[in-house]
Design a protein around this ligand. Structure first.
Ligand code: AMP
Ligand code: MG
Length: 342
């Protein structure tokens, strides 16, 4: 009687082995589907999904792209119909109820302002508008113009109320610009949606602002390259990286800048001094989320090498590669090594 369970077990071994063999033969490999290039959020976006079959992968891509487009229609301040434009036009500055995602990104923006001692600040919009107008007129801003703008800048004047998801801008002429964080936020939302749709891996690339999860169809990490700011036309990369469940963002002066009276100005500004941030030609940040990578890449561009690296070293799972504009020197935090593709 005592031997019976053992006997049954041994008798079942061939059956178990057979089942495993049949299973492995019939289990289809995961498939990888790419969206192709799509213009959204003022950039070229590409989403890649890995799933058990093509239908699932395509559904994940479609849902993620739809979400990115929805976020763009909320957060694009150059679209007069976006909710952000409504907030920016609040003439009487009464509290305005807003979409949860807009509320959430404002909240996160204030968090990164506090973390970076104001280097990151979405209230820089009036300063950007001033430089844009100056670039059109080809005349540098005057001290008076800069002084006028100064009173409109300051993240502490964004008043959020979590009870009714409303926002109020506390000073006249204030405007918000989400250009430094919206793509990272959208990449995070796209990743979450793809997971919900059953994708087992994915790469969301919103113009170099990249979020990733899981693995490729061959169970590998996601390979990406970071462009060399010294040779932007040549599409040269400074290094190739392997990502999985992490995000990467690069802020740089090489694609977008203003030219006024023959002088180039970065599109990133120091909210405290109102000067354009010129010290670093490129800042790449690795982080757990796209929101963190995007916000911190912009912030470190403003903070410069020393202060910027001090901050990054204090943050968990966060690494940086910076290129100093004048010397061309590349500085990496120690943890960058683990992302290098070999
Ligand atoms: P990114 O490419 O992510 O570094 O974002 C740059 C964009 O963010 C600029 O084109 C501006 O629209 C906006 N911006 C510029 N300076 C700042 C700043 N100090 N904090 C937040 N947003 C900024
Ligand atoms: Mg950014």
């Amino acid at each position: 009687m005592e031997e019976n369970p053992k006997k049954i077990f041994y008798m079942l071994i061939p059956v178990i082995v057979l089942c495993l063999l049949v299973y492995s033969k019939h289990k289809k490999p995961a498939v990888l589907v790419e969206s192709g290039n799509i213009i959204v959020m003022n950039t070229i976006a590409k989403i890649t999904a890995v799933a058990k079959d093509e239908k699932t992968a395509r559904a994940a891509i479609d849902a993620a792209m739809k979400e990115v487009k929805r976020l763009e229609s909320l957060m694009n301040r150059y679209d007069p119909n976006s909710q952000l434009s409504l907030v920016n036009r609040q003439v009487d500055k009464e509290p305005m109820k807003i979409d949860r995602d807009l509320f959430e990104i404002f909240k996160k923006s204030i968090y990164y302002s506090e973390l970076t001692d104001g280097a990151f600040d979405i209230t820089v919009a009036p300063l950007i508008d001033l430089f844009r107008a100056c670039a059109e007129a080809n005349i540098p801003p005057t001290d008076q113009q800069l002084a006028e703008v100064k009173g409109k800048i300051g993240y502490k004047k964004i008043l959020l109320d979590a009870n009714d998801f409303s926002v109020r801008l506390a000073a006249g002429g204030m405007k918000l610009d989400l250009g430094a964080i919206a793509k990272g936020y959208a990449a995070d939302k796209a990743v979450a949606i793809m997971k919900n749709c059953g994708a087992t891996g994915g790469l969301v690339d919103l113009g170099g602002q990249i979020g990733s999860f899981g693995t490729t169809e061959t169970k590998g990490k996601w390979m990406i390259g970071v462009q060399d700011p010294a040779n932007p036309q040549e599409d040269k990369i400074i290094a190739a990286f392997a990502l999985s469940d992490s995000a990467i963002s690069t802020s740089g002066n090489y694609h977008r800048f203003y030219t006024i009276a023959g002088k180039q100005y970065s599109h990133i500004f120091n909210p405290a001094t109102e000067a354009s941030a010129e010290a670093l030609s490129s800042v790449t940040i690795f982080a757990d989320t796209g929101t963190a990578a995007d916000a911190l890449a912009t912030a470190v561009s403003v903070m410069g090498a020393q202060k910027g690296l001090e901050l990054i070293k204090k943050l968990k799972n966060t690494e940086a590669i910076i290129i100093v504009a004048e010397s061309g020197q590349t500085i990496k935090t120690d943890g960058v090594e683990k992302f290098l593709a070999n």
